[in-house]
Design a protein around this ligand. Structure first.
Ligand SMILES: N[C@@H](CCC(=O)N[C@@H](CS)C(=O)NCC(=O)O)C(=O)O
Length: 128
């Protein structure tokens, strides 16, 4: 029986990010797809913010993709997510920050905004 359950949604890039970590580390997991338009009763017992991703590991619950990924990296250290040299680690973290603060928000606006001028601004941001 898989030791990790991950609550995910096919449309969610944050959930993909934690699923990728599980796959990278070769951890067997159970995938629970959450319908974000109709969340199951009691979902906030697992994910207090009512968002995906969240994981259950035995009696423990962890939510927020960045925190989940750090937790998984500590519990399943091989292969490590970050390189060992301080500068290579800093560069990897700069890419993580870039994805969090620039790439994903612009991509999400492009996909979801009904406003054409906002979509255009997001397109410009992505092509910079
Ligand atoms: N900061 C969170 C963001 C997670 C997030 O926004 N998830 C969205 C789907 S992509 C969600 O669950 N939305 C449902 C809601 O807000 O009710 C993380 O990194 O895990």
């Amino acid at each position: 029986m898989p030791q990790i359950k991950i609550y995910s949604a096919v449309v969610c890039p944050y959930a993909h990010r934690s699923r990728l970590v599980l796959q990278e580390k070769g951890v067997d997991f159970e995938l629970i797809e959450i319908n974000l338009q109709n969340k199951p009763e009691g979902f906030t017992d697992i994910s207090p913010y009512g968002k995906v991703p969240a994981i259950a590991h035995g009696d423990q619950r962890v939510w927020e993709s960045a925190v989940i990924n750090e937790y998984l990296d500590e519990v399943f250290p091989n292969p490590p997510l970050l390189p060992s040299s301080p500068i290579a680690k800093a560069q990897a973290r700069i890419w993580i920050d870039f994805a969090n603060t620039r790439l994903v928000p612009a991509f999400s606006t492009l996909l979801r905004s009904p406003d054409v001028s906002q979509q255009e601004a997001a397109k410009q941001e992505l092509s910079r």
